[in-house]
Design a protein around this ligand. Structure first.
Ligand SMILES: [Zn+2]
Length: 123
């Protein structure tokens, strides 16, 4: 692991500990966890935070893919060069629903939308 990787891992560990600290404080502050909770309550709260983190990571990955998408691509039907614009999409992941932007082309000639092939400007 090089210096940058080690720094990123250390930063992630630090942020996860901070997120855990804040999640516990929030659960106490809003009364979700009171007194000495059964371990199943602690586990359920932790799992919910994990699912939320998962959705956040998924949206981030998809956002990065959209930001690197080409700005124009040829229509797969007629070959007209079409503008690619981000389009909001809602999905239900195994960790719950999330929204993200994904690149979508729209051909004015064919009057149809299409998803550009991943990576690259297309033929
Ligand atoms: Zn077309």
């Amino acid at each position: 692991m090089d210096g940058t990787m080690a720094e990123l891992q250390a930063r992630l560990d630090q942020l996860l500990k901070e997120a855990a600290r804040i999640a516990v404080a929030l659960d106490r502050a809003d009364g979700t966890v009171v007194g000495i909770p059964h371990y199943s309550v602690i586990e359920a709260r932790a799992h919910e935070l994990g699912r939320r983190l998962s959705r956040t990571v998924q949206a981030r990955h998809m956002g990065e893919l959209a930001s690197h998408a080409t700005r124009s691509v040829k229509c797969p039907e007629c070959g007209t060069r079409c503008e690619v614009v981000p389009r909001s999409r809602s999905v239900t992941s195994i960790d719950g629903p999330l929204d993200f932007d994904e690149p979508m082309g729209h051909c004015p000639r064919c009057r149809r939308g299409f998803f550009p092939p991943p990576g690259g400007a297309g033929p």
